[in-house]
Structures are given as C-alpha cells and as structure tokens.
Design a protein around this ligand. Structure first.
Ligand code: THU
Length: 134
C-alpha cells in the first residue's frame, strides 16, 4: 500500500480519537504484509496512566486478530479540531512495543510533514532496541 493511502487511513482513524484531557488527537494505520489495514486512535483515561496511544491500539487490534507480519504504520497527530501539519512520530514506548513484532530495518514508519509523506524505518527511530532473548 502506498504511503499516501496509508496516511489517509490514519486520518480516518484520528477522527475516532478520545482525547478530552490532552486535546491532542492521534490516528494510526498499521498495514500487514498482505495489505490489510488496522486503524487505531488514542484513547485517554481520566486517571491518565492507562491512556493508550493510537499506534498500540492499532497493533493490539491486529495481533488479537491473529496478524503476525507487518510492513508499515502511518501516524498523524495534531491538536483536536486542527488539521495535522507537523510530523507525529511514535513515542518511545510505542517504538519499543512495535519493535517486537516487525523487522526493524524493513518496517516503515510514515509521518506527514506539510502534506508530504515522510517515511523512515523503525531501526532509524529505535537504534539499539532492547531485545529480550526468550
Ligand atoms: N499519543 C499517541 O497516541 N501516539 C504517540 O505516538 C504520541 C502520543 C497520544 C497520547 C495522548 O493521548 C496524546 O497523544 C498526547 O500525548
């Protein structure tokens, strides 16, 4: 799936964000190697710490449906009610959680900057990832 299409999916996901505390809405779209898209949005909580990032919501949806192979994730974020213009990179926790389910040097993270898709690999965002040898 091309980067622009996946960013569109992330924008659709962002419409569902539940972010009354931060006022910052995020949408993510995770695509499997077969081309199936799982959307996620941030879901906040009044007790704050259980708040969920959009990326991990999308990943949990996919993993819980049996998906195991992913090729990319697109992410958009901005204050609720505004159009995203600055790139929204995944937080450190999401980088680490994603790293366990993807090929670090092949998996693409796609953000948008001034309307343009900006891709990079997860290994660029998470060099020297923690690896737990099971
Ligand atoms: N957020 C995400 O959903 N993904 C990120 O990568 C960064 C932050 C959410 C968490 C919180 O609901 C809001 O954005 C502000 O931090």
């Amino acid at each position: 799936m091309d980067n622009g299409k996946l960013l569109k999916e992330a924008k659709e996901a962002r419409k569902m964000a539940y972010a009354p505390y931060s006022g910052f809405s995020v949408g993510a779209a995770l695509v499997t190697k077969e081309g199936k898209v799982y959307r996620g949005c941030n879901i906040e909580s009044s007790v704050f710490s259980p708040s969920l990032c959009a990326e991990r919501v999308a990943l949990a949806k996919a993993i819980s449906e049996g998906e195991k192979e992913f090729s990319a994730i697109a992410i958009v974020g901005a204050p609720s009610g505004e159009e995203p213009k600055d790139p929204c990179y995944p937080c450190g926790v999401c980088r680490q959680v994603l790293s366990e389910h993807v090929d670090l040097s092949a998996f693409r993270v796609i953000v948008e900057e001034n309307g343009k898709a900006v891709p990079c690999t997860l290994s660029e965002l998470l060099p020297k990832a923690f690896v737990f040898d099971k």
